[in-house]
Design a protein around this ligand. Structure first.
Ligand code: THU
Length: 132
């Protein structure tokens, strides 16, 4: 994992809009051509409308025309590295379950997983009959 991707996630964390949880998360998603898309959590008074950092990065990249991803870095306020939530795992899996996920804790610890280890037996487009 390059320091640049981690630094991009940490910089994105500073832009989190999290007045309800006060839990700030940044993400940086790297495409197959090396482009990096930052994301941060964006909360809302209607709590169910909140976006996680991983999903804002993903949506931003797709809007820009990218659909192939190598790695995502996540930096949060938690002392130890956090794993992405189930909803984010599912959304990331749409674009490939071999994605490398690196999470950085506020104390500096770092953990790496592959998405298919965090979301085994994922439901994907292959499961939709007639849409393989
Ligand atoms: N959150 C993320 O952005 N990413 C994660 O991996 C875990 C949780 C956000 C969602 C919400 O805004 C806040 O953190 C508390 O759950």
């Amino acid at each position: 994992m390059s320091d640049a991707l981690i630094q991009a996630a940490q910089a994105a964390r500073a832009r989190a809009y999290a007045p309800y949880s006060n839990f700030h998360v940044g993400a940086a998603l790297e495409t197959d051509d090396g482009t990096v898309f930052p994301g941060c959590n964006v909360e809302n008074a209607s709590y169910g409308a909140c976006f996680c950092a991983e999903r804002t990065a993903l949506v931003s990249a797709v809007v820009a025309g990218h659909q192939r991803f190598r790695r995502i870095a996540i930096a949060s306020d938690a002392a130890e590295p956090v794993a992405p939530c189930g909803l984010c795992r599912q959304m990331l899996a749409e674009f490939g379950t071999e994605l490398e996920i690196v999470s950085i804790g506020a104390r500096g610890g770092q953990v790496t997983w592959r998405l298919d280890a965090l979301l085994p037996h994922a439901f994907t487009r292959k499961d939709l009959r007639g849409n393989a």
